[in-house]
Structures are given as structure tokens and as C-alpha cells.
Design a protein around this ligand. Sequence first.
Ligand code: R5P
Length: 291
Amino acid sequence: MSNISIISGKSSEDLAIKLSSKIKANLVKSEIRIFADGESKITLNGKISKKKSVVLQSIYPPVDTNLIQALSLISKAKEISSEVIAVIPYMGYARQDREFLPGEIVTMKVLGKLFKGAGASKVIAVDIHSLIGFKHFNIKTKNVTAIPDLVRYFKKLRLKNPLVVSPDQGGKERAREFAREFGIEYIALEKKRDRKTGKVQIQTKNVDVTERDLVLVDDMISTGGSIVKATQFLKKQKCKRVYVACTHALLMNNAENEIKKAGVTKIVSTNTIPGKTSVVDISDTIAKSIV
Ligand code: R5P
């Protein structure tokens, strides 16, 4: 694997170190200086392979800064390598994959053009919000899932009569997959989001979860609104403990506190976004996706 360079963006440096040692690839780190006006100045440290480069950079906040850094790394890699794969563990903008209200710009279409224009021949994401996002890309794409990694973690916890719960119908397939891997059952709640204010409501009336430990599964937590509302509802239904399993924990503003206040015992996420809750490492899963 020494013919491969792993070019590490700052937002995924830890993951890049783990990945390069796993696949025995040459690691090229980036140094970043942010100017007073917000521009990024990027310097690469290391030799880029002429054959193949893998650029690793999650697009979490500051989203636009991390995006331009990802594109710049891809562009530089393409000047040297004949093949450039972009691994974007957390694909920011993936929720803007269709025109929900008239006039809304489908930003994923723009990202498709940008990644191609910068020189990526393939883009890989982990648990992208929806595969619809990748339909706007005119290059190869692949979505890999962190569900088996998350389930492995949860199997080690001593859960009482556990049940997997999706906070909404959109996440039903994800919950089904999580439950199948775990060997337990799942349910999906009905959630309604106001497209203008972003506020969420749980519309399900009753579920039988009495005295059961629940694992709320979602692709991502941003404001925490979905998890808070779902937990408040489930607690009223007399469940036991509520755990949260998500791939991408953005946990914006006060989300973590609000989630804990609602009664969640533990939030478990992966290192697509490094942070306090990111206890599940997905470098093995990424390694398998690029070989
Ligand atoms: C929505 O469809 C997604 O799967 C997540 O449930 C949502 O994006 C989480 O956002 P928030 O934490 O702001 O409710």
C-alpha cells in the first residue's frame, strides 16, 4: 500500500493517522493558517504518491472552511497523483439534496460539480444523510456504513430488553439495519419538522416500551431537537433508559446538555466528527472502502 498517500485535512487528522498506519500508506499532513479575513492558507508536509491519493476531510463546522480546504487538498493531490479519492467521513450539506420549498438551491448539486472540478474521481462518505445527495454527483460515489461499528459498542453494554427506535420514518431503514445487526427489534416514530422554523414534533401517540432500554438511532445530531423530542415522548411512555447511537455528532450550541436534560443516559457517536461522544472508531471501515 506504499503507493498510496493519505492526505490529511485538519478536520480528520486523527482518523488519517489511524488509517495510514492500518493500510501502511504514506501520511501527508496539512498545516493550516486562517487569516484574519477567514481565508485558509494550507501547506502540505510530505511527498504525494504519483499513483493514488486519498484525501480525508470531514465537512463539519466551520463547514465552508472545511469544504474549501477539502477541495484545495484534492486539487493539489490531482496535480501529482493520477487517481484522487476524496473520503469525506461527514458529508456536510447532504441534507440539502432536494428542493423542499420552491426556490431552495440544491447545494449537493453544487458540491458534485466542485468535487469533480477539483479533481476527485471518487467520493466516499460514511452514512450520508440520504443517497439522493450522491445522485447529483457525476463521478463515482460510495456510502459506507458505521452501523456495525456502533452495534459492536452497544453489544458490550448490559441493556435490559433493548429495542431500537428511529426518531422518524426517514430513519426507518437505518434502524432496521441497526436492529438486524444487533439481533433485536425496532420501531420508527412519526416526526414532523416545520420546514420554515426547523422545529420538530413527535406525532406518534402510543408505543409499548415499558421498562425497556431503548437505543435511539440517527445518522446525525445537529441541534438535538429530534433526539430531545423523541426522548421526552419515550420517557412519557415509561421506558427504562434511553441511549443514543449516531454516526455524526455535531451537537451544536447547547445540544448535549439539552439531550442529557431530556433524560438520555449516554450519547455514542463515531469519530467522523471528533469530540467527547465519539467513542467508536471507524478507521477500519474506511480502510476497507478504499482498498
Ligand atoms: C433528519 O432527517 C436527520 O436524520 C436528523 O434526525 C436531523 O438532521 C437531526 O437534526 P437535529 O439534531 O437538529 O434535530
